[in-house]
Every structure is written in C-alpha cells, then in structure tokens.
Write a protein that binds this ligand. Structure first.
Ligand code: ADP
Length: 248
C-alpha cells in the first residue's frame, strides 16, 4: 500500500484572503524520504502552502495530515514543530555572537535559557549528535568560530544544522540558494540531497538550474493549485508550464 509511505497529505486546501484564493483546492502528497521541489511564479501560493503546513495559516477548507495520525489542522505552530516539521526561512537567523558549536547546542535544547544551556555539561550522546550534525553540514572545522563571522552560505548551512538538532521528519526549505555563490550553491545541493532519504525535504525554489541539480519530482504551483507534477524534464517541457513561465 503506497499510502503508507506518504508523510505529508494536503487535500483540498483552500485559503482565502479577503475573497482572493491564495490556495485553491490544493492537493500535495510527499513521500517519506523524498526530496521535492516546489516551483511556480510569484503569487502562486508557495509561501501560503508552507504557512498551512506549519500552522501559521489556517485553511478555510481541506485537510492536512502528517503521517497517518497527526492532524495538522488541529495543532498550533509550536506543536507542529515539536511533532517533527522543521522550517527554514530564506534569511538565516543564527546567534551571531555565539560559536557554531553553541548555536547547535542552543538549537538542541530548544527554548530553555541560553545561560543555563551553555553552562550545562553535555552528555556523550549529546556531544556525538552535535558532532554528527557538524559533519553533515560541513562546518566541523569552524565549530569554534562565531556564527556572526560566517559567510552567507555557511550561515544557511548552520541554520539547517540547527533544525537537524530537533531531528525533523519533514524539512521545509525556502529558497536556500538565494544570494549564494556558485560554489555555495553546489554545496547546498549536495547537502539537501544527502538530507533526503532519512527524512523528507521540501524545497521552494526559483532558480531552475538549482532545481534541476537536485530534484527528482517537481510540483508546479499556479494560482493556488497544482499545475503540473512529475520528473523535472517532463514538467519543464509541459506546455502549460512553459506558458505560465513565459508570462512572468
Ligand atoms: P508565492 O510564495 O508563491 O509567491 P504567496 O503564497 O506568498 O505566493 O501568495 C499567494 C497570493 O496570496 C498572492 O497573490 C499574495 O498577494 C496573496 N497573499 C498572501 N498572503 C496574504 C495575506 N496575508 N493577505 C492578503 N493576501 C495575501
């Protein structure tokens, strides 16, 4: 039964702002371990969709499930985050005056006081978790550097690492390569590909070359619903998609 592999179900999601439908009966199904790219012109509803998944916006209609049992529409934003959905916004928000290591330590501890966290002794298991995330995000050698002194790309990777400290089953990433150098973009592609598999990763991205470099399945949103979905080559040549992008 394929539906057992689905980690995120959005069905018939409609969101209206003053009568304008930002999402219009949107259906989206994300499989466990999948790396999915969501593309679409400005105003297509991508941000609103992320807001619905994370509980920031409540839809007027539809249903949203995380796994088989978790009704996202019955939960508040912090509960959804705690249930295993991590969201990376476009702008990195790291603690600039703390080291890379401390940023991960703070992210692991959640919302306890900074003071308490940084003076607590870490268990061997906690140290190992931080080490493993440092390795994943490629910042092992910079663990003692202040986060404020990192490059833009390094800050973005650190923030992804901070989300990983909570071990989310679904990671939502908003335009991860905006403002990155070509080298940083390439490293980010590798990172996101490596993160999928153990968890699902949904990436909203404008940069088509980047999408091409990471995506297996692409979903194109347009006017609040799915215009096309499938392998990138198929979707890119879909006349409906070509028309929408030429009209931008
Ligand atoms: P995208 O992220 O694909 O650019 P959005 O989800 O941000 O699209 O927006 C979809 C549409 O909904 C846009 O036309 C936008 O102007 C409108 N919209 C989004 N949020 C609000 C809001 N809080 N109030 C009114 N209109 C909104």
């Amino acid at each position: 039964d394929l539906s057992h592999n689905i980690i995120l179900y959005l069905e018939g999601i409609t969101v209206s702002f003053d009568g304008f439908r930002a999402l219009n009966a949107l259906n989206l199904y994300i499989e466990a371990g999948e790396l999915r790219c969501i593309i679409g012109p400005n105003g297509a509803g991508k941000t609103t969709m992320m807001d619905v998944i994370t509980g920031k916006t409540r839809p007027d209609e539809g249903s949203a499930w995380f796994g088989q049992t978790i009704d996202l529409l019955a939960m508040k934003e912090p509960e959804i985050a705690a249930a295993g959905i991590g969201r990376k916004f476009q702008k990195p928000t790291v603690f600039g005056s703390h080291t890379v290591f401390e940023n991960l330590e703070l992210a692991m501890a959640g919302d306890k006081s900074v003071w308490k966290i940084l003076f607590a002794k870490l268990s061997a298991e906690q140290l190992a978790r931080i080490d493993s995330v440092l390795e994943t995000i490629g910042l092992k050698d910079l663990r003692s550097q202040l986060a404020g002194s990192l490059s833009h790309g390094q800050k973005q990777w650190l923030e992804i690492g901070m989300l990983l400290m909570q071990d989310p089953q679904l990671l939502l990433v908003d335009e991860p390569v905006a403002g990155m150098t070509p080298q940083e973009t390439e490293k980010t592609a590798e990172l996101l590909v490596s993160l999928a598999g153990q968890r699902s990763v949904v990436v909203v991205e404008h940069d088509m070359d980047f999408v091409r470099s990471i995506a297996r399945t692409v979903t194109v949103l347009h006017e609040g619903s799915v215009l096309a979905e499938g392998p990138i080559d198929q979707v890119q040549n879909d006349p409906k998609v070509v028309e929408v992008y030429l009209g931008e």
